[in-house]
Design a protein around this ligand. Structure first.
Ligand SMILES: [Zn+2]
Length: 130
């Protein structure tokens, strides 16, 4: 089995990030001076690991976000009860930010699943060709 030129690439971390970010294969190849086939092969063998890493990170961040959201919510309720409008507004803003951040994470999770699905398809096609 031949050595993967992407695994040996000095900017491999950047290539992995681009793959995770769903940058077009052709563009990754061009930006890092690689062949498109090499980038595809690399994605096929590292993709699962990347997706798993992303999932673990997402789960941890979501747990942190839930804590934050609970805190923001209780601050908001207290400010409302005490008639502290400025505080209530700050609570609303914080809650909104937490929700927006959570939404982005969920989208990132979707992304990881889509990459996995793509990898499966690519791997199947490569098997057909081999
Ligand atoms: Zn590789």
């Amino acid at each position: 089995m031949r050595v993967c030129t992407v695994c040996a690439h000095p900017r491999r971390a950047e290539v992995d990030a681009a793959i995770l970010g769903r940058v077009a294969m052709r563009r990754i190849a061009r930006d890092f001076g690689l062949s498109e086939a090499a980038v595809r092969r690399h994605r096929a063998h590292i993709g699962g690991r990347l997706a798993h890493q992303e999932e673990v990170t997402t789960a941890r961040l979501l747990a942190d976000l839930r804590d934050l959201q609970a805190k923001a919510q209780s601050l908001l309720e207290r400010a409302e009860t005490e008639g502290d409008l400025r505080g209530a507004l700050a609570g609303v803003r914080e809650t909104r930010e937490v929700i927006v951040a959570a939404q982005k994470l969920v989208e990132a999770g979707d992304l990881a699943r889509r990459i996995e699905e793509l990898e499966r398809i690519v791997a199947e096609r490569e098997q057909v060709r081999a």
